[in-house]
Write a protein that binds this ligand. Sequence first.
Ligand code: IFM
Length: 459
Amino acid sequence: MTEIDRADFGKDFCWGVATAAYQIEGAWDTDGKGPSVWDEFTHGRGPLGLPRIKDHATGDVATDSYHRYEEDIALVAAMGFGAYRFSISWPRVMPSGTGGVNAAGIDYYSRVVDACLAAGVEPWVTLYHWDLPAALERRGGWTNRDIVGWYSDYVTAVVGALGDRVRHWMVFNEPLSFTMLGYLLGAHAPGRFGPRAFCAAVHHVNLATAEGTRAARAASSVDTSVGTTQYLTPVLASGIGPLADVAERNADAFLNRVFLEPNLGLGYPWDDCGLLRGIKRFHRPGDDELATIDLDFLGVQYYTRLRAPWLPVPGLWTVPHFGRDRSCELTSLGWEVRPEGLGMVLDRVHTYGRYDRIVVTEGGASFDDRVVHGRVTDNRRISYFQRHLAELRSARDRGVPVDGYFCWSLLDNFEWTFGYRPRFGLVHVDYGTQKRTIKDSGRWFANLLGGPGDVVSTG
Ligand code: IFM
C-alpha cells in the first residue's frame, strides 16, 4: 500500500473535488434555462435512428444538484476538501447564448458560491464544460469565429456577477475532448463530423481561451487567478522504428500540443500532424498574438495513457486509442490505470518552463460500485488515488510546481455517452431516490484531510 500523508504536500496544497453542470444539475429547462447542445443531443437520435447514449440516458435530472447543491457542498466539506470545482451552464445564464442574462440562472450560481464560502470551501469555477447554448450551435457554434466575442461577453457577465467572491476561474474544460468528440468524430454534442469543423473549432477555442482570460481578469473585482484545463496524456507508439516515431509525434501534436502551444505563443504544431494543417484555412494574420496568453495556472487532467498506431505514411494522421494492456488494472470503462503517466505529463508541461503553477484539476476512475448494507467498499479507487497522489508528490519533489489535486468526481453522475453506468464519484448516488452515500474512498479522504466524514443524505 502506498502511504499518503497530507503533510508531504505542504499546507497550501489545494485538495478538491470536481463536477460539471450538465453531468449533475438536471433541471434542464427550469427557471428560464435555454437548451444546450447536450439537451438536444441526448433528446435526439443518431444516424439511422440509433440511440446516442447508453440506456437512452439524458441529463434532464442527473443528480438533481440544481435543487440539492447545499447537501452536495456539505458532502465536500464532510470529506475534508477545501475546494469545489463546478461549472457554469452558459444557457442557464444566457438562454440564447448572447444578449439577455437570465437572472434566475445567475442567482443559482450565486447561491452555490455563497454556500461554498459558508462551508469553508473555495469555489473553483469552470466557465465552459461543453454545454454550449443550442441557439449558438445553430449559428455555427465553435466553427463560427464570432463565437470568440460571444464567449467573452458571456464570461464578462458571469465574472461580473460572481467575481467579487470567486478567486479561481477556468475558462475551458478539456478543449481537446469537446472539439475532437463533438466536431471531428460526431460522438458527442453537437454531433458534427469532419476535419474542417474540427480545425475551425480548435482555432476558435484557442482564440477564446486567450480572449476569455482577458475578459475574466477585466471583470473580476477581487484578486483573481485565471487558468484553463487540458486533457493530457502520454502517447505510446504501437510498433518500433522511424515510422513509429512519426506516429508518436503525430499523435502527441494532436493530443497534447495543439491547445497548449498556441496559448504559449509557440503557434500550431501543424508540421507534425497532417490533420492540423487544416487550421491554416481559419488562421488570420495576427492570430498567433491574439491566441497568446499568460495563464495564472494550468489545469492538468489525467486519466490514462493512449496508444498511437503505426501507420506507414509519414504525416498522415493516426487515430490514437486507449490501450488495453490486460497485465495492468483496467477501470470499468476499460481504461488502463497508469499512475506513472501522471508524473510523465506533469514533467512534460513543466519542461516548457512557462507554467508557474500547475494544478491537477481532474483525475479519477470508474468502477462498478454497489451499496451493501449502507456501505460502498471501493478499495480499488482508494488505491488509484494513493498511487496517483504518490506520483504527484514525486513530481513536486523533482521541482514541478504542482500544488493541487481535484478528484473526479464528487458524485457519481452522467458520464456523457456512457450514461449513468460508469461511477466516478467519491459519493455514491442512487438514481432512483437521489440518496447520496459516501464511499470508502470518500471516507479515506476524510481521514487524510481531517473531515468529519459523514453527512445525512436527504435521499
Ligand atoms: O466525466 C468526464 C469529465 O466531464 C471530463 N473529464 C473526464 C471525465 C471522465 O470521463
